[in-house]
Design a binder for this molecule. Structure first.
Ligand code: NAG
Ligand code: NAG
Length: 369
């Protein structure tokens, strides 16, 4: 895979030389070398849900969700933008429209199939990963049919092929399993979750996709919700106050996901599959929070109960009686499960580097391809 990156760099060399000259002459005129954005298809859960749950179930996430950036309910479980929003901004493309949006949708830049609460298993339940992929396949079949009928602004065959397919799912499978199984049995279930993600990538590849961007799962044991509600004993905490067994399960999930991506790379020769270490990115921010200007990294900005976690399952963010911090920018956790816009912004900036991706790939690698 490193070879591919090198190939591209070689191919870009004359262009880069030109760019350097342009930059020397007009330092502020060149922002992004992305003149043609890849169309993005995103699959996942609340970590990347830009409104799927809200439009699919007709339930909006009320205030204070959205208070920092959209200044209204935006269908996101966050005070502002999610990682996926920052990734879209980096390509100068609009935010992704939920696939289920029926009122004035704009799919020119892609579609978002992610729905909050989604899991990989059990299958055939709205909106598990296999259902999201089925929805995509319908979208893929219908788009050219509708274009033939004269509908405008639908995604072209070329853009389906050159599109970027992003996957970020698994957190709810792990979290859900921990609610009724001991750790050892949660770990036994992990291969079945990974198999579902493998099918999803395989299926979209069968239908022409060749660019894949796969996020691993974050440090489950650092979520204020888990810290406040899980049965624990002191020996299960790590040096930063997170639950070790939860994070260990997440790491086992991630290792299996990494190996699965490696296997697919050898089987799908025409494909680029990038595995991104979201766990490392999130854990770094939590364990070095002061360095990044955040306070109490394990306290929810919006919730109930005060220190240390400000999380109560009966009075969650937005439910009667909750409290909310003044400056979300000083908090990492928004509501005990989801991150603040400020944290998401840091995460996205790390994703944009090639430091956390395997093979080392920048997010804008898929531009102009
Ligand atoms: C749809 O989105 C694209 C890209 O994000 C944008 O350029 C275009 O103006 C939008 N179309 C409408 C009708 O809003
Ligand atoms: C939530 O409400 C239930 C039922 O009233 C109660 O048993 C439980 O202790 C409450 N949980 C918390 C964390 O306050």
């Amino acid at each position: 895979m490193v070879v591919i990156v090198n190939d591209r760099d070689v191919a870009l060399f004359p262009f880069l030389t030109f760019l350097v000259i342009v930059c020397l002459n007009f330092p502020s005129s060149v922002h992004s070398r992305c003149s043609k954005n890849p169309v993005i298809f995103n699959f996942g859960d609340s970590n990347s849900d830009t409104g799927g749950f809200t439009v699919g179930l007709g339930l909006s996430f009320g205030p204070p969700n959205g208070r920092t950036f959209f200044h209204q309910s935006s269908g996101r479980l966050c005070d502002g933008r999610l990682i996926i929003d920052f990734l879209c901004e980096s390509l100068n493309t609009g935010y992704l429209t939920p696939y289920l949006e029926s009122l004035g949708p704009n799919f020119t830049n892609g579609a978002n199939f992610a729905v909050s609460g989604s899991t990989t298993l059990p299958k055939y339940v709205p909106f598990t990963l296999d259902v999201q992929v089925s929805q995509f396949l319908r979208f893929r079949t219908r788009s050219p049919q509708l274009t033939l009928k004269g509908y405008k602004d639908l995604i072209s065959e070329e853009n389906f092929k050159n599109g970027l397919y992003i996957f970020d799912i698994g957190q709810n499978d792990l979290a859900g399993s921990f609610t009724y199984l001991p750790c050892a049995q949660v770990i036994e279930k992990i291969p079945s979750f990974i198999t579902e993600i493998k099918y999803a990538i395989w299926n979209t590849h069968q239908h022409g996709g060749k660019n894949f961007w796969v996020h691993n799962t974050g440090p489950l044991g650092c979520l204020p919700q888990k810290l406040a509600t899980a049965a624990q004993n002191a020996s299960d905490f790590d040096e930063h106050g997170c639950i070790k067994s939860f994070n260990d399960a997440a790491k086992i999930f991630n290792e299996q996901l990494r190996v699965m991506c490696e296997e697919l790379r050898s089987q799908m020769k025409d494909a680029t599959i990038v595995y991104v270490d979201i766990f490392a990115i999130k854990y770094d921010l939590i364990s070095n929070s002061a360095k990044y200007g955040f306070e109490s990294p394990l306290t929810a900005c919006c919730g109930y109960g005060g220190l240390p976690y400000n999380y109560n399952a009966n009075i969650t963010c937005g439910v009667n009686g909750y409290n909310v911090c003044k400056e979300g920018s000083q908090y990492i956790s928004w509501d005990g499960v989801h991150y603040t816009e400020a944290a998401n912004s840091v995460f996205a900036s790390k994703i944009l580097s090639n430091y956390y991706s395997t093979p080392p790939t920048k997010f804008d690698y898929f531009c102009n391809r």
